[in-house]
Design a protein. Structure first.
Length: 293
């Protein structure tokens, strides 16, 4: 009897857990649709900016804009500071989503330090911040207010100070660690080097013959900061969508596993109950036989 009560308690517990994971799966599915819409809306603008810069940047113009200059390495007398922006989530229960991003950040920090840089961290999301604080690393800035609905204003506030320091020559590299939303089942971590800006190559290796008004230099003065801000914004929205996709997958797997465990427990409970009933019947028959004898 005691064993049957314990099994019934486990069945109730796992049933309640399955209800929670199923609910979280549905919530993540709902949020994922909106996050996907933001990703789809952000990509054409990013591609248009990339094409504009590819068409406008020439070697002589590259020397005139600090955001395009490639500083020398620390060993050659260049700036010794680098910044890594790590974008993670504020919540867990998303499978290996956050751990993969943290692993990528540790890899890049190690590589930059091997090049002679002193790496400073900008944390977006509680999980990444909490992990590196546990390791004893400090952050130059922390953001836990962005959540799963990032805006262009959020991106601008993260990168504005970094652009100013890079233009002043006190920063050598700025990298962004984010997830890339390829599909619901594929959200790998990636590293984007957002400063210095590496101009994309014009398609086909040739530049179209534009008549520009105003001149290319004036256009680049406005487009280059937009390009950097958009790179950060795209990283935020892609990571937000990847988080919901990972959480949906993790919660679906948890729900399915809970169902399999429940089936096994119910079979065990039924077998024990059947054995108990059989034993009670045998005892009754034996007792009746003893009375008749």
């Amino acid at each position: 009897m005691a064993q049957s009560r314990a099994l019934k308690g486990r069945i109730r517990s796992i049933t309640n857990t399955r209800k929670i994971t199923r609910t979280m799966e549905l919530v993540a599915t709902s949020k994922l649709k909106r996050a996907q819409d933001r990703v789809v809306a952000a990509r054409p603008y990013a591609e248009a900016l990339r094409e504009v810069i590819a068409d406008l940047v020439t070697p002589d113009l590259a020397d005139r804009f600090p955001l395009l200059r490639r500083p020398a390495a620390p060993a050659q007398g260049g700036p010794s500071r680098a910044v890594v922006i790590l974008v993670t989530s504020n919540r867990g229960l998303a499978g290996g989503f956050n751990s993969n991003l943290i692993k990528e950040a540790r890899r890049r920090i190690t590589a930059l330090e091997a090049e002679g840089y002193t790496v400073e961290l900008v944390g977006v999301g509680r999980k990444g911040i909490g992990f590196f604080k546990y390791l004893g690393r400090s952050f130059r800035s922390e953001r836990i207010d962005i959540g799963d609905r990032p805006t262009s204003e959020h991106a601008a506030s993260i990168v504005a100070g970094l652009m100013a320091e890079f233009e002043a020559g006190t920063l050598g590299v700025v990298e962004l660690i984010r997830s890339e939303f390829q599909s619901v089942l594929s959200t790998p971590p990636v590293t984007d080097r957002i400063l210095p800006i590496i101009p994309p190559q014009a398609e086909g290796g040739h530049r179209p013959d534009y008549i520009l008004a105003p001149d290319p230099a004036t256009l680049l003065e406005d487009v280059l900061p937009r390009y950097v801000r958009n790179a950060v914004y795209r990283g935020l929205v892609e990571t937000a969508a990847a988080e919901q996709a990972s959480r949906r997958t993790a919660m679906k797997n948890a729900t399915d596993n809970a169902g399999e465990i429940l089936e096994g427990l119910k079979r065990t409970y039924n077998r024990q109950r059947q054995a108990q009933i059989t034993q009670e019947i045998a005892e009754l028959v034996g007792g009746a036989a003893a009375l008749q004898g």
